[in-house]
Design a protein. Structure first.
Lengths: 291, 371, 374
């Protein structure tokens, strides 16, 4: 509606951002692109290879495996964390000191640095000295995440659930508190059962919050690195090697900078595309909300 | 259908109320007839919403009993009270269609599908929602949403009373009167007890047969709109109803007469005697008269008080005179004069017609009827 | 002081918000009256310098303002919402424009703030925070902040619309007393005819981005240039009846006919729209009144007045305004009387390119009883 007066001096105010974005994003990105199309042997020895690295990376079976593993992992994470988060949010007290206390307790895992989370679980799950690993073994299940693929997968999954469900729960809690009291009152007058209250009031009103939670958890779990790296290092075998771990093995482990750069760009692109899809979905549903 | 009786109901949000201030609602005795249209009118914080929530069962009163047709329902939960409620902001079930919204209270009560369809279609017809039945409720405008909330009450054959909590707050001004007349029509047709809470005098007076005016947790008057306007029982009613409100002036009762700003106001002997009996000899009272009922003259008139016009507001179809009594700039009055009558600044004579002049002691009206 | 808008227009993306209009305002109070979306806020934003007009020129005392930045103009703006600094107390809120200027000594500043607070009757609240105030007190604070600035141009955009009616009543009469005695040019936008009449001064009628009429408030009220002005400047809107003047009598669509009043005798035969304010539709017989029978659809009671919404065949709606509070059952038939001496006549010209349709051709006589009007 309102027309702002034009003022070219404003560009100077944007300059610091332009510079910092250039150094933090644009220049590194250009470097990566540079690496992805050349084979570099030394500072002055480089060969133009075109899209060869890209082709090689895309054909890599290990990468396909990592990609599918990532998808499966994100899917499982969402399947567990979203319903669990909603349940926890519903179970939390609405007000008073109990509410504050439980919120603080719930939020604790979120305050722990990623690699510390990994370390905690690495020790916690060890069959010899870890509390969880020891107890599970005593219960008669031969549990060992270092040499059993299923155990390793479950450990990483449970660790993620432990770490990130609180975020979903907090988001849902905020969403639930934003529902006006009148809705609950109307539901009581309409003799709605608790399930109907959830299905027709709480769930629809949580939709916006849930979309954000799903987006955040999907992106985060799709880029997961630190925790599985600390706990399993991607093993046993490749069973917990996710795309990011695969990438670091390639770049840092084998120092294959060309393929690693090519793969970074592909990875980057995948995330961009998925982001875009989620964004449009949220936008579309958001518009449907307009009265 | 039900008669609703509030038997000594009071409520405090404090667990152990000590003084009268702790009560959001002071003890009250009220009976609402079956099929009446009632309004609870008062400024924000007067306790009207608390009272409404007690009736709907969302709040348990600290004391007293709530009787529906003589049946004590004080402890009953909202779904067992046969009441419906329309809230300030439209409460609809977003994901359902209009039809499902209207059917919801019936389905929850296990009504048969054919009966549900019949009732919903009937109510939709009445509320002019028939063509919207298959639409999703979410995208509809506020007035349609409010009709749906009302409809969820009307579909239930067991509903005895519908409560409204400022239901027109979010409605476009030009649609308000359409909804008001719809409500009136529904009231005539269904003969339900309707209770309407609002701070807006237009809504209360237009809607209700009987208006309950609340002030600081107390019912200060219950009456028809006309009674509230013509015979306010409490100075607050005089002030709150009408715009501008009633002129209220302190006056002193002496042995020999009633004095207003040093001038004697001629009273009939029996009125004077009655006032003296009420006040116990002499003392201070408040005189109340509406701007509409004062008689103004720019020339001297018998039995009129001398005043001074400071300012004349010409409001097109009438004039509002801002006056004060002679030599008493603090004793101010507003006088409404019709457009064709002359009015001047300066000296003025104001006469107080007997039937429109009210007296108040401790804010309560002194009844002078039957004289 | 003279504030002149010359051919000021505003369009955005092919949408016209304001058609070019010319307006001269002197010191004193000026009301902009119009329904929502009439362009009042657009016009005020242009006056303040917050928006640039698409065309035209603004001058203050013959000085072109288009190159003067908003910060350098002496303008104050009060909005519908109660806008105060939440972290500053009332005193600091009122003092904030003076602190920005930074020219005053502490003692002078205190005096000015206290004077403005006293004018708005909030001197006892100076230490409170905005959150601790009622809506009325918050808006009083915002107005005091506008007053303290000694602005040449004081703009108020529906300042009372978000208040309860009792507060609105009190504040409205205070506003008139304060603003009518100031040197500044005060522009007050409202949708309510009553507010315009209470404030006095001049009134400018805006509708759908067009200026329809400008003049002393009572003159506009009693002589609405167009049918639309009559509708906008009456609450409830002026009743409109289509009528044909034939054989020296007006014929209504309902079949009734009557003699034109003295002011209408010079009208030529033809079709007219007759306007009648709700106040002049009566339930009591009036001498020379036109008797009609109408069905009551709703009686609205405002507290001091009763509005009867009436229906006549074929498809005529009328509103009657009665003094006092009366109860009527709706659906009943009532005899109503129109006062022919109070009728306005508008012609039925229709020019699609403008809204200036249906010009006033005859209006009832009126007196203002020699009251001084700005």
């Amino acid at each position: 509606m309102q027309q702002k007066p034009t003022n070219h001096k404003a560009w100077f105010l944007v300059l610091p951002v332009v510079i910092s974005v250039a150094f933090s994003a644009i220049i590194p990105l250009m470097t990566v692109i540079n690496y992805s199309v050349q084979d570099i042997f030394g500072p002055y020895q480089r060969v133009w290879v075109g899209n060869e690295w890209f082709q090689e990376t895309l054909r890599d079976e290990e990468l396909h495996g990592a990609f599918l593993r990532n998808l499966l992992f994100s899917f499982e994470v969402l399947l567990i964390e979203i319903p669990l988060g909603i349940l926890i949010a519903l179970a939390l007290p609405a007000k008073g000191w109990r509410a504050s206390l439980s919120l603080v307790l719930i939020a604790l895992p979120l305050l722990i640095p990623w690699n510390v989370v990994g370390t905690i679980w690495q020790i916690f799950g060890r069959a010899d000295i870890g509390l969880a690993g020891y107890v599970i073994n005593k219960l008669g299940f031969a549990y060992n995440y270092t040499n059993k693929a299923f155990d390793a997968w479950m450990t990483v999954l449970i660790m993620d659930v432990w770490h990130w469900t609180p975020l979903v729960a907090l988001l849902c809690y905020a969403g639930l508190r934003a529902i006006p009291e009148a809705y609950y009152q109307a539901a009581r007058i309409d003799a709605a059962k608790p399930w109907a209250v959830f299905r027709y009031i709480q769930l629809p009103k949580l939709r916006g919050v849930l979309l954000i939670a799903i987006l955040l958890r999907f992106m985060d779990s799709f880029m997961i690195y630190t925790e599985p790296f600390v706990v399993t290092g991607g093993g046993p075998g490749n069973t917990t090697t996710f795309l990011s771990i695969f990438l670091s093995k390639l770049a840092v482990g084998q120092f294959d900078l060309g393929p690693a750069a090519a793969f970074s760009l592909i990875y980057f692109l995948i995330i961009q595309v998925l982001c875009y899809i989620f964004y449009t979905v949220i936008q579309r549903i958001g518009q449907g909300d307009q009265p | 259908m039900a008669e609703i009786r509030l038997d000594n109901i009071a409520h405090s949000y404090v667990t152990k109320p000590k003084s009268a201030q702790d009560y959001a609602l002071k003890p009250m005795q009220l009976t609402w007839q079956d099929g009446g249209a009632y309004a609870l009118l008062g400024p924000s914080g007067c306790g009207k919403t608390t009272l409404l929530n007690i009736i709907s069962g969302l709040i348990k009163p600290s004391q007293g009993r709530l009787l529906f047709n003589g049946l004590d329902l004080t402890e009953a939960s909202p779904e067992h009270r046969n009441i419906a409620q329309v809230f300030q902001f439209p409460v609809i079930y977003d994901t359902m269609s209009v039809f499902d919204n209207l059917a919801f209270p019936l389905r929850n009560r296990g009504v048969k599908a054919t009966e549900v369809r019949k009732r919903v279609e009937e109510v939709a017809e009445l509320l002019e929602l028939s063509k919207d039945l298959n639409l999703r409720a979410r995208g509809l405008s506020a007035d349609v949403k409010q009709k749906i909330s009302l409809g969820r009450g009307l579909v239930r054959s067991d509903v005895a009373a519908i409560l409204f909590d400022e239901p027109l707050t979010v409605i476009d001004p030009h649609l308000k009167w359409l909804l008001r007349s719809k409500l009136k029509q529904i009231h005539q047709q269904y003969k339900l007890t309707l209770i309407y809470v609002t701070h807006d005098q237009i809504e209360a007076l237009t809607f209700a047969d009987q208006v309950v005016v609340m002030f600081e947790g107390e019912v200060v008057q219950t009456g028809t709109p006309q009674e509230l306007f013509e015979t306010p029982a409490h100075t607050f009613v005089g002030y709150f109803i009408g715009s501008p409100g009633m002129n209220l002036l302190p006056c002193e009762l002496h042995q020999d007469g009633l004095y207003l700003g040093g001038q004697e106001l001629a009273l009939a002997d029996e009125v004077f005697e009655k006032l003296r009996r009420q006040v116990g000899g002499g003392g201070w009272l408040e005189l109340g008269i509406r701007p509409e009922f004062l008689n103004y003259s720019p020339q001297p008139v018998m039995n009129a008080l001398r005043a001074h016009t400071e300012h004349i507001e010409d409001l097109g179809n009438f004039k509002m005179l801002h006056c004060h009594l002679e030599n008493k700039p603090n004793l101010r009055l507003k006088v409404k004069v019709s457009e064709d009558r002359p009015a001047n600044l300066g000296a003025a004579w104001l006469s107080f017609p007997k039937s429109w002049t009210k007296f108040y002691l401790d804010k309560q009206r002194i009844a002078l009827e039957g004289l | 002081m003279e504030f002149v808008l010359e051919e000021i227009g505003k369009s955005l993306a092919h949408e016209v918000h304001l058609y070019p209009l010319t307006l001269k305002l002197g010191s004193g109070l000026h009301v902009l009256l119009g329904p929502t979306l009439a362009g009042k806020t657009s016009l005020m934003r242009i006056m303040a310098g917050l928006d640039k007009p698409s065309s035209g020129r603004i001058t203050l005392d013959a000085k072109d303002l288009s190159k003067v930045r908003v910060q350098d103009r002496k303008v104050a703006f009060v909005y519908q919402q109660f806008i105060n600094y939440p972290s500053l107390n009332v005193f600091e809120n009122i003092a904030s424009p003076l602190r920005v200027e930074g020219r005053l000594k502490a003692r002078e500043l205190r005096e000015k703030v206290e004077a403005a607070a006293e004018m708005m009757q909030i001197q006892h609240l100076l230490k409170r925070m905005p959150a601790e105030l009622s809506g009325g007190q918050q808006q009083r604070t915002a107005i005091a902040r506008a007053l303290v600035k000694d602005a040449d141009l004081l703009l108020l955009d529906e300042p009372l619309v978000n208040l309860d009616y009792k507060l609105r009543e009190e504040l409205r009469s205070d506003m008139r007393d304060i603003f009518s005695h100031r040197e500044a040019i005060v522009v007050y936008a409202t949708t309510e005819p009553q507010e315009a009449l209470m404030l006095g001064g001049t009134t400018t009628i805006l509708d759908k981005g067009r200026l329809l009429q400008h003049g002393p408030t009572l003159e506009v009220y009693h002589q609405p240039s167009y049918q639309r002005v009559g509708e906008v400047f009456s609450d409830p809107p002026m009743n409109m009846l289509a009528a044909e003047l034939k054989g020296g009598r007006f014929h209504l669509a309902s079949g009734h006919d009557f003699m034109p009043s003295r002011t209408m005798t010079q009208l030529a035969e033809g079709d007219y729209t007759l306007g009648l304010r709700a106040h002049h539709v009566s339930l009591k017989p009036i001498t020379g009144g036109v008797k009609l029978r109408a069905r009551l659809e709703l009686a609205e009671i405002s507290g001091s007045q009763t509005f009867l919404h009436l229906h006549l065949d074929p498809n005529i709606s009328l509103v009657a305004q009665l003094d006092g509070v009366h109860s009527y059952d709706f659906g009943q038939d009532l005899d109503i009387y129109l006062n022919p001496d109070k009728l306005f006549a508008f012609d039925q010209t229709s020019d699609q390119t403008s809204d200036q349709n249906s010009k006033l051709v005859a209006s009832p006589a009126y007196r203002t009883h020699g009251l001084k009007e700005a």
